[in-house]
Ligand binder design. Structure first.
Ligand SMILES: Cc1cc2nc3c(=O)[nH]c(=O)nc-3n(C[C@H](O)[C@H](O)[C@H](O)COP(=O)(O)OP(=O)(O)OC[C@H]3O[C@@H](n4cnc5c(N)ncnc54)[C@H](O)[C@@H]3O)c2cc1C
Length: 555
């Protein structure tokens, strides 16, 4: 019997494995050099190798393909409210904490938040969904400091670079993580609709103690060691939202009354558990002033929004690298795909978008860094950070899904296939939208921009920020004049998205002018400010596509 041979496997592009994701990423290197002169090249080169390694890719595949499982009760019917993860999830968590992507930058001094931002972007290319608890653990510090007693006990564990997956009281663990609970069924954006109630329950070493009763409709990473949650204190018209610290285990060693009702069945973000929970008289401690819960927890939200921008920029870069790698191997109609003029235009356009996202996200990280580390004598960085946060979160995350769709199409049908988690592009596509939704969806960001405009001399700050690019391109000068007019406070809500988009674009152009190449800067201005296209791959004639694509290739 002769075997029946139907075909040979030919012309299939090999997956991108084992590339150094930092050494080949010139856009990130240049953005880092600009925002963090003297950064540690060796550290990033090592991280780039780790993030691109076959071992990390395998962990990412397994952690996503074997999503977490809720064990609400033990075999004997006792409530345990535990979530079980695949070992690869824990391996990824351990790697992220070893890199200090959670609480460590808060005590490291100037530059640490920029370093961490770049590292977070690189790690996103390895696996984004388990970065949810990492991000929340990073972001919680500014809010948690408002309760110094709790921060003194928990701060070291949140900054520890040792991951401890064991479900134990905080004082028995080597490293700690934290999450947040704001969203309820009847309102997420509008947290004023929250109904969870807090009843005073005395005072102890951690301050005013309360009992919480109610629910949270979304609460990600329920195996975190503690959460900041919003609940109402007071009665009737005097009721106000306050921020509380709610640990999974109580100091006496008993399990707190937080019931994990079920895990969400999500589009993407599979490795991360997102749950619905109920509080049955759960014990929690006040953080900040009573009735000031929203601004208190937003100190955390401002930082997680930075991570949404960083995360989307990281995913864009990953999708771009895969698209470049694939089209350099696959032949169609007698040529490599990337030698086809139209595909080349698509790749160049994606490269512009990816670099612009990287530039804007790292600029925001520098603002956070300077504000936090007291290197912002003029107050400029604080104001820029306040305005840039909603702009970067809005625009970079909005562009993410659109970007992922086009990058996926570069791989043709193979891009759409999951194949037990091997289809990384399909995973990126499913992951992308979440950064746009959580931590405040697009409209909420645009509304927040309008609020931010009332916090200081924003027009002057923006003009100062843009000064290095003044006169560099006529389309940029014209766009900036329009934007500055809109920032004077006259924009109404219906136009807020337009303002967020236009401000993002001029800022991105100005940053590209300062730390990218002429080819990238002029093509960005020509395609985003002069002649806006609603589809990737329509860069106008005259753009130096070869220079743009060459710069973007992983070496
Ligand atoms: C995977 C996942 C994990 C999550 N994890 C957490 C978590 O750990 N903790 C937590 O607290 N939350 C979490 N969330 C919830 C998330 O933050 C909310 O879903 C989000 O803030 C939107 O709130 P909502 O779902 O209630 O939508 P809504 O508030 O109903 O908003 C729906 C739409 O209306 C728009 N909108 C709302 N108000 C206005 C307005 N005034 N003008 C114009 N448009 C408006 C919004 O932009 C949005 O597009 C998670 C969500 C997801 C998907």
């Amino acid at each position: 019997m002769h075997p029946v041979i139907t075909h040979d496997v030919l012309n299939q592009a090999e997956p991108l494995v084992g590339a150094n994701l930092f050494a080949g990423n010139r856009a990130l290197q240049d953005a880092l050099r600009f925002n963090r002169p003297g950064y540690d090249v060796q550290r990033f080169t090592a991280l780039g190798a780790e993030a691109g390694s076959a071992a990390m890719q395998q962990h990412a595949r397994l952690a996503n393909f074997h999503p977490p499982q809720l064990k609400s009760h033990d075999r004997l019917g006792r409530r345990i409210d535990e979530v079980e993860f695949h070992p690869s999830y824990h391996a990824l968590m351990a790697a992220a904490m070893r890199q200090g992507l959670h609480g460590t930058p808060w005590s490291l001094g100037p530059g640490a938040h920029v370093d961490r931002a770049a590292a977070f972007m690189l790690f996103t290319e390895a696996e984004p969904s388990m970065l949810c608890p990492i991000s929340m653990s990073y972001a919680v510090t500014p809010a948690l400091r408002a309760n110094p007693a709790i921060f003194a006990d928990w701060g070291p564990g949140l900054a520890s670079t040792r991951y401890d997956e064991r479900f134990l009281p905080f004082d028995q663990k080597r490293g700690l993580t934290m999450g947040m609970g704001m969203t309820e069924k009847q309102g997420g954006s509008d947290v004023r609709a929250n109904t969870t109630r807090a009843e005073a329950d005395g005072q102890d070493g951690w301050g005013a103690r309360y009992r919480l009763t109610g629910h949270k409709w979304f609460l990600s990473a329920p195996m975190c060691d503690a959460f900041l949650v919003l609940a109402k204190t007071g009665e009737g018209t005097a009721a106000g939202l306050s921020c509380f610290f709610l640990p999974r285990w109580l100091p006496d060693g008993s399990l707190n009354a937080m019931r994990v009702q079920r895990l969400k069945h999500k589009l993407g973000n599979q490795a991360n558990a997102s749950s619905e929970v109920e509080f049955h008289g759960a014990t929690a401690w006040l953080v900040g002033d009573e009735g000031r819960g929203v601004p208190q927890i937003l100190a955390m939200g401002a930082i997680t929004r930075l991570d949404c921008a960083l995360g989307s920029a990281g995913l864009m870069r990953q999708a771009l690298s895969i698209a470049l790698h694939h089209t350099a191997q696959r032949q169609a109609f007698g040529k490599r795909l990337d030698a086809q003029p139209m595909m080349f235009n698509v790749l160049a356009d994606l490269a512009l978008e990816s670099e612009a996202a990287t530039a804007l996200a790292l600029r925001l990280a520098r603002a956070v860094d300077a504000t936090e580390n007291g290197t912002d004598a003029s107050g400029h960085e604080k104001l820029i950070g306040r305005v840039l946060t909603p702009i970067a979160k809005f625009w970079i995350c909005k562009r993410g899904s659109y970007f992922a769709q086009e990058a996926m199409e570069c791989l043709g049908g193979n891009g759409y296939v999951e194949e037990q988690g091997e289809g990384v592009m399909a995973r990126i596509y499913r992951e992308m939208p979440v950064n746009s939704i959580w931590e405040g969806a697009g409209n909420i960001m645009a509304l927040d921009l309008l609020r931010a405009l009332r916090t200081g001399a924003v027009v002057d700050a923006l003009a100062h920020e843009m000064a290095p690019a003044k006169g560099a391109h006529p389309a940029l000068d014209a766009a900036l004049a329009r934007v500055l007019h809109g920032l004077d406070g006259s924009t109404d809500e219906a136009q807020a998205r337009r303002l967020a988009r236009d401000t993002a674009l001029v800022l991105q152009a100005a940053l590209l002018r300062q730390h990218s190449t002429d080819a990238v800067f002029t093509a960005f201005c020509a395609s985003r400010l002069d002649d806006r296209s609603d589809v990737f791959g329509a860069l106008p004639a005259g753009c130096d596509l070869a220079a743009i694509v060459d710069r973007a290739r992983l070496q």
